[in-house]
Design a binder for this molecule. Structure first.
Ligand SMILES: NC(=O)c1ccc[n+]([C@@H]2O[C@H](COP(=O)([O-])OP(=O)(O)OC[C@H]3O[C@@H](n4cnc5c(N)ncnc54)[C@H](OP(=O)(O)O)[C@@H]3O)[C@@H](O)[C@H]2O)c1
Length: 364
């Protein structure tokens, strides 16, 4: 696939700067937000907005939920019922400073997002299936309308990856990505290793579900598809060309037993579901699968439902990032941060008094 538009055009990129108008700036203290999807993540985002009704100035403007688009008109939604509609046309009648999308759907939600982006409304999403499959096309549409598609909540939401890449590492060429991108499988593999044979894969999955780390249907996690989607997004942003999902050789943890973890431990390793992409090759190579990771390797230390990302640059230098991989709260916080970026909220200023020079050698 040859798409010339980066998934996440950076300031200065022609794809971003070819837009007809600059990104909107939040001039008032209230930002009107539309929300698509009121499941686990949509509700967490709604609750987060309710908690920050009157944020201090350094936390940016107040965000107000204007309207919510859902799928099932019959479902009871408590207080949110007054804002909810299942009619996309009614939702599109609203005027928003930004729209947050948290559905997990792709084809059914895409026309709504296209309509929003085409009229210049920034879209912020947690939906990795959508970004992996339609990201480059939606980002191109956003850029041509002078707005943005932002998706920090879609990959390792507790680590602000794309905000970091947007502003930093711009002179660094990343040649390899090695990562743990699925918190559910990492938790399950950790439990199997710790239980030393006393636990089945099904038991460990049930435990993850009870703790809220695994969805009721964890198939995409176990099959490696969820990791592959996130790898496709990361590699597309960091590489020269989009990495399509079908180009990633993908296997999961469906057949793993506790003995596999014990064998890995006996040889000084941890069994991990690793997503890797080699961006150096003329055609990038990418795969997701189980690998024994030696103790001492940064990814061996990624525990429980956490994610870890090891980036290797052209000169061999490495950058390792780790943090919460899933969960409603970190995902809602990532959505909120992306909305604030999308509406041009002022960035946080360092509290250094401007009249005190920080000279080298002053500190004894
Ligand atoms: N759960 C996590 O920890 C996590 C972390 C990071 C990212 N994500 C991503 O966040 C997204 C949402 O996850 P979730 O766990 O909140 O899912 P969920 O609990 O299944 O909720 C999905 C919501 O989207 C609505 N919906 C689905 N298709 C729609 C459509 N075409 N138009 C309007 N509304 C639609 C559903 O409406 P009804 O209520 O009417 O059915 C429901 O409210 C997914 O893409 C997921 O991969 C989740």
């Amino acid at each position: 696939m040859t798409t010339t538009t980066k998934l996440h055009p950076r300031p200065g990129d022609p794809a971003r700067d070819s837009g007809s108008s600059p990104p909107p700036r939040a001039t008032s203290r209230t930002v009107r937000v539309g929300l698509i999807g009121l499941g686990t993540i949509g509700r967490a985002f709604r609750d987060l907005l309710a908690e920050r009704r009157d944020p201090p100035p350094h936390q940016g403007p107040r965000l107000v939920l204007d309207r919510v688009l859902v799928r099932d008109p019959g479902r009871r939604r408590g207080e949110a019922s007054a804002l909810a509609t299942a009619d996309p046309a009614e939702f599109l009648d609203g005027r928003y400073d930004a729209v947050v999308e948290a559905t997990g759907s792709v084809a059914s939600v895409e026309p709504v997002l296209r309509a929003l982006l085409a009229r210049g409304t920034p879209v912020v999403t947690a939906n990795k299936a959508l970004v992996a499959e339609r990201g480059p096309a939606l980002a191109a549409l956003a850029a041509s309308a002078g707005t943005e598609l932002r998706f920090d909540a879609s990959v390792a939401p507790g680590i602000p990856l794309f905000s970091l890449f947007e502003r930093s590492l711009r002179s660094t060429r990343i040649r390899r990505i090695e990562a743990i991108l699925n918190g559910t499988t990492n938790f399950v593999l950790g439990r199997l290793a710790a239980a030393a044979g006393g636990l089945t894969l099904a038991d460990a999955i049930t435990e993850a579900q009870l703790l809220g780390f695994a969805e009721p249907d964890p198939q995409d996690d176990l099959s490696g598809v969820d990791s592959a989607r996130k790898l496709a997004i990361l590699a597309t942003v960091l590489g020269d060309d989009p990495l399509p999902l079908h180009a990633i050789r993908t296997s999961g943890i469906g057949s793993v037993v506790a003995r596999d973890c014990a064998l890995a431990a006996a040889s000084g390793c941890r069994l991990k579901l690793i997503a890797r992409a080699d961006l150096d090759a003329a055609r990038p190579r990418a795969c997701v699968g189980l690998e024994p990771v030696p103790h001492g390797h940064p990814l061996a230390s990624v525990e429980n439902e956490k994610n870890g990302i090891l980036l290797t640059a052209d000169d061999g230098s490495e950058l390792f990032l780790s943090g919460p991989g899933a969960g409603p709260r970190p995902t809602a916080a990532a959505l909120l941060d992306d909305v604030l970026c999308a509406v041009g909220a002022p960035v946080r200023a360092f509290p250094f008094p401007s009249d005190v020079p920080l000279a080298v050698g002053e500190i004894a």
